[in-house]
Write a protein that binds this ligand. Structure first.
Ligand SMILES: Nc1ncnc2c1ncn2[C@@H]1O[C@H](COP(=O)(O)OP(=O)(O)O)[C@@H](O)[C@H]1O
Ligand SMILES: [Mg+2]
Length: 326
């Protein structure tokens, strides 16, 4: 078994919402291997960003929000780290980019000032050296006229340009793990394609592992080697992208595929998944997808689904899939 960079083992997250504690993630498990891009896909509200925040230990309430499980980064459980230890890991060994770069860029400082600050927080270099490194990193993400961008304020840049800057900043400390949370969702299709290409080459050159979060399986399939499908705070299926696209086993994954134009077989009608992602409080027993599932059986509303593992570590949590197997 290959060594993982990151392993989530049965991670359960509880957050306070409207005065009540809600189990937002339930028994999440997945692995990220060195140099791979793992996709995390699911409808809005399925818990993708909360998963990212749990890994970065940025949940409201800190590690107390993690009600169970382990988050092993290079073999060490992040849940037990002190805030100071986590601070050192974030930015050095793990970095994150978001859908809207404006949330992580400070509007009152130039790109250059912020970039030099980041480099000098994590590396013992002179200001002059940091400026040179920042300019080189901007060139590496194909920013034309990097000197001018260096002196610009975030609002003076287009969305695509800001995302390039974020990728450069995130890579400046050569993190082993990069988490990209819907980094292209806010961009036009053509810019989105450029950013995806850039991410792919950046990652190939740096050997970082990536968790690429998107609600769009089409985007995931262009970039990722493996994908974990999330539904209502749980992973329902995980495996190689080709396997998931060609032979999905979980009814939710099948429904997700049929709702994407590119992947529905020709002549087949596009379908939407009836219903909406449930409020997790509403489902006490059974599989969280069962109210919307086309293949549900009696057991699905009563008991948590069995987990089965097919060849190539293709994992499915579903009663129907396990029945077909045995
Ligand atoms: N800070 C928070 N406090 C309480 N509940 C939250 C918080 N952040 C997210 N949630 C809830 O957790 C669930 C998953 O949210 P999120 O991870 O943002 O979904 P996604 O990124 O997949 O769209 C949602 O039901 C959301 O309302
Ligand atoms: Mg999100």
């Amino acid at each position: 078994m290959k060594q993982t960079i990151l392993s989530l083992e049965n991670v359960t997250v509880e957050l306070l919402s409207g005065g009540e504690i809600r189990q937002v993630l339930q028994n999440i498990s997945f692995d990220v291997f060195p140099g791979e891009i793992l996709g995390l896909v699911g409808e809005s509200g399925s818990g993708k960003s909360v998963t990212a925040a749990a890994i970065m230990q940025l949940l409201p309430g800190g590690s107390k929000a993690i009600a169970g499980g382990k988050i092993l980064f290079k073999g060490q459980d992040l849940v037990n780290k002190t805030p100071a230890q986590m601070q050192a890991i974030r930015g050095n060994e793990m970095a994150m980019i978001f859908q809207e770069p404006m949330t992580s860029l400070n509007p009152v400082f130039t790109i250059g000032t912020q970039f030099v600050d980041i480099i000098r927080t994590h590396k013992a270099v002179t200001k002059h050296e940091a400026i040179q490194q920042a300019l080189n990193m901007l060139k590496a993400v194909h920013i034309p006229d990097s000197e001018r961008i260096f002196q610009s304020y975030p609002y003076e840049l287009s969305g695509g340009m800001r995302q390039r800057v974020m990728i450069a900043m995130a890579q400046s400390c050569s993190p082993s793990l990069l988490i990209a949370d819907e980094p292209t969702t806010a961009l036009d299709v053509t810019i989105q394609a450029q950013i995806l290409r850039l991410l792919r080459t950046t990652v190939q050159n740096s050997q970082s592992s990536v968790i690429f979060i998107s609600h769009d399986l089409g985007v995931i399939s262009q970039l990722c080697q493996r994908v974990a499908v999330m539904y209502a705070g749980e992973i329902v299926e995980c495996g190689r992208v080709e396997t998931i696209l060609q032979d999905p086993k979980h009814p939710y994954t099948k429904a997700l595929l049929h709702s994407i134009p590119d992947f529905s077989t020709k002549g087949r009608t596009l379908t939407s998944i009836p219903g909406t992602v449930p409020d997790v409080r509403a489902i006490v027993n059974g599989c969280r997808f069962h109210p919307r599932c086309a293949e549900r059986q009696e057991v699905c509303s009563k008991q948590k689904p069995a987990s089965i593992t097919l060849p190539e570590n293709h994992r499915i949590n579903c009663w129907q899939a396990s029945k077909e197997r045995y």
